[in-house]
Write a new protein. Structure first.
Length: 166
């Protein structure tokens, strides 16, 4: 009888271990996707002077090489102009990627950033047309001058002084 108890006790222990392993595996299956998340925010802006699209992405991750923004897809009017694949992200929170771009007024940019584990975020922007001056920074814009400059003013002053003296 003593031998039976020992065998029964061992079977219960194996059942407990098996149940624990099943629960652990199921928990891992549920928790890992829950820890993965899409980028939480993204902003896009276009710099006309440099001809570059700036894409700022917020994706909080603890390990840049394991969980990161895998792809950034840029389209103009639905046509792919940049499809960049990455194997890590440059910072654990917010970071900016820059892409050369020469859109025309009225065109629609769309940018989609995709996480390597799960999820993506997209933003759109219409190119409104030229909004900045084309001169260099610090260069004054040309001003208009009178056709003859200061000569008419000096002539009028001399005539006035001549009449006033008489």
């Amino acid at each position: 009888m003593h031998g039976r108890r020992s065998t029964h006790h061992r079977n219960v222990s194996l059942n407990h271990i098996l149940a624990f392993l099943v629960i652990a595996a199921l928990t891992g299956i549920v928790v890992i996707p829950a820890a993965a998340h899409a980028p939480s925010d993204m902003s896009i802006s276009y710099n006309e002077r440099s001809g570059e699209l700036n894409v700022t992405i917020v994706h909080q991750v603890p390990d840049l090489g394991v969980h990161y923004v895998r792809e950034v897809l840029v389209t103009i009017n639905g046509d792919v102009v940049h499809d960049r694949q990455y194997t890590s992200q440059p910072a654990p929170g917010a970071f900016t990627y820059t892409y050369p771009l020469l859109p025309r007024p009225g065109e629609l940019f769309e940018v989609t950033a995709s996480c390597n584990i799960a999820g993506s975020i997209s933003r759109q922007m219409y190119m409104p047309g030229p909004t900045a001056t084309t001169g260099q920074l610090g260069t004054p814009l040309p001003s208009q001058k009178a056709a003859l400059g200061i000569i008419p003013v000096l002539g009028a002053l001399l005539i006035f002084l001549g009449i006033w003296r008489k």
